[in-house]
Unconditional design. Structure first.
Length: 128
């Protein structure tokens, strides 16, 4: 099965892409429960950057990159200097066609971690 995001060929039974982590199959009930769990955590502690980051990841897996960007941008504000946050933002920006922002986020991730493979891939895909 080809990944809709990166076009990598995955095993037929795979639920997520082995290269980029994108969802390959529907089945959002578990993701919806994760989203609700992270939202509840954030109600208790709005400054929980880990919960905010994971909520952004859950939105990305669900395919809602616009909501993922909102959460990931807040996670970056709450916990600056984290390469994984920048790389996720880069991928989400690229997915919605915000290429300049994708390149900038990928470059920030690479400045924090020069070996960050996802950031390098996004930088290349976004035309850097």
């Amino acid at each position: 099965m080809h990944c809709p995001r990166c076009r990598h060929e995955n095993e037929a039974a795979a639920n997520f892409c082995s290269r980029c982590g994108a969802r390959l199959r529907e089945g959002t009930a578990a993701i919806d429960r994760m989203i609700e769990d992270f939202r509840r955590r954030l109600e208790d502690d709005p400054e929980d950057a880990d919960a905010r980051y994971n909520l952004g990841l859950a939105f990305r897996v669900k395919g809602d990159d616009a909501l993922a960007i909102v959460e990931l941008e807040q996670a970056r504000e709450q916990s600056p200097g984290v390469a994984d946050i920048e790389a996720e933002l880069a991928e989400a920006y690229r997915a919605v066609g915000r290429m300049e922002e994708a390149r900038a986020a990928a470059q920030r991730a690479l400045a924090l971690d020069p070996e960050h493979e996802r950031a390098r891939r996004v930088a290349q895909q976004a035309g850097d």
